[in-house]
Each structure stands twice: as structure tokens, then as C-alpha cells.
Design a protein around this ligand. Sequence first.
Ligand SMILES: Cc1cc2nc3c(=O)[nH]c(=O)nc-3n(C[C@H](O)[C@H](O)[C@H](O)COP(=O)(O)O)c2cc1C
Length: 185
Amino acid sequence: MGAKWAKRFDEKRLLKMDMIKKIEKYTSATLGKIADPGVLLVVSKKDGSCNVMTIGWGLIGIFWAKPVFMVAVKHSRFSHGFLEDNGEFTVNVPSEEMGEAVALCGRFSGRTHDKFKECKFSTAKGKKVSVPIIRQCKLRYECRVLHKLQIIPDLIPADVRRTYYSGRDENNFHTLYYGEILSIY
Ligand SMILES: Cc1cc2nc3c(=O)[nH]c(=O)nc-3n(C[C@H](O)[C@H](O)[C@H](O)COP(=O)(O)O)c2cc1C
């Protein structure tokens, strides 16, 4: 390997180590917020329009040797169309005093509400993605969809199906979006 390639390889390795260290540092706090009260998923379309919704399920880990944040979004969500359009998202971890905003973003749809305005969110441009981040949040993840999977209905345990996919949600399954984490700050 030439010196130039060796240097590039070393740089890549260091960048990856830096990201892994950040993941180690922030994952437990992030998972705690996912569980309660939820975190804020921001999405945008290629035309620049944005939406925000609360998510209470998600995974952080390593896949294909890349750091990954997986979010699960039901087909019926307004945000689903944004993810399909643009394939990028940010996950914004709320601070303690943001509980009401998190509840509002999980109750109302962007189809009928301008949740950024109603929650008085101030946004800033993403560093690595076209989707904005929420300034009031002290920790943000910028992600680009690496892969997505549809839930296989026949493989859902019966009790889970009864709880999460019954009545009007009978065929309203989640798409699992595996976003490569490009930046954490
Ligand atoms: C605490 C909490 C967690 C939630 N987690 C998820 C989730 O992980 N995936 C999902 O599809 N919907 C989830 N929801 C529901 C959406 O946030 C809600 O339907 C929202 O209004 C969708 O917004 P949208 O239509 O603007 O995309 C959650 C709601 C709450 C209150």
C-alpha cells in the first residue's frame, strides 16, 4: 500500500473510532429518552418541506461495519412519505423541559399541524444531511438511510399483533429505516 493510501486508511479508521466512542458515550442516555418520553424524528422532502414526529422505538448499533440508528415508522404517518422521498433524517434527543413538545409531536400529525411552530422549535441546517436539527435539543444524530425493511406480518408474535396492529391499525405496519449515523453532536 502506498503512503497516500495508508494515510487515508488511517484517517478513516480514526474517524470510525471517534464515532464509536461517541456512540458508547451517548447511547444509554439516548435509549433512556427513547423509552421515556420519546425522541424527536425530523424528516424533510427534496422540496425542502419538513416534519417532526415523536418516536418511542429505535435501535443504535453497528451493521455492515457502520454505525446505525434504526427508526420504525408506521405507513400511515405523514413522516413516512418524507422518509421515502428523501432518505435522510435527524434524531433529536429532548431536554427535560421539552416533555410537552414531545407529547404534542406524538399526538398530532403534520398533515394538520405545523408542529415546529406550535412547539416553538428553532431549527438549524444539518451538517451532513439536508434535514434540519432542533436547536433546543442538546444531542442530535444525523442519519442517511442505508437500508429499509418491511415488517413481515406472518412473523409478528400474536400478542404483539393484538397490541400494536389491530382495529384500524390491522394493516398499518412499520417500515424499519436503518440510517447510517453520519454525525453526533
Ligand atoms: C411516546 C410516543 C412514541 C411514539 N413512537 C412512535 C414510533 O416509534 N413509530 C411510529 O410510527 N409512531 C410513533 N408514535 C406516534 C407518532 O408520533 C404520531 O402518530 C404522530 O402524530 C405522527 O406524526 P406525523 O403524522 O406528522 O408523521 C409515538 C407517539 C408517542 C406519543
